[in-house]
Design a protein around this ligand. Sequence first.
Ligand SMILES: N[C@@H](CCC(=O)N[C@@H](CS)C(=O)NCC(=O)O)C(=O)O
Length: 84
Amino acid sequence: MKLFYSAASLYARKARVAAIECGVADTLEFEAILPWKDPAGYRDVNPVGKVPALGLPLYQSNIICEYLDAKGKTRLYPEPGPAR
Ligand SMILES: N[C@@H](CCC(=O)N[C@@H](CS)C(=O)NCC(=O)O)C(=O)O
């Protein structure tokens, strides 16, 4: 599965860090894009055209981080409940 990012995007960096910290980075392919150039086919992954996007497709960095958290070995988010 591809994680689309741009090196300059802090939202995309957050998703990349989450992938590393959750221990799932080795299951992903990272593809750098320039979203403001509207790469061909990218809106099929993310209709909004922004980064990051994860090729399920999933977009919005917080949603991607929660997905990676759920898939990973190391949890970043507390379990649902008052702590969260
Ligand atoms: N709320 C979004 C914001 C994502 C966002 O604004 N990404 C910027 C880069 S930091 C982008 O892709 N901009 C390109 C554009 O708007 O065309 C998220 O958390 O993922």
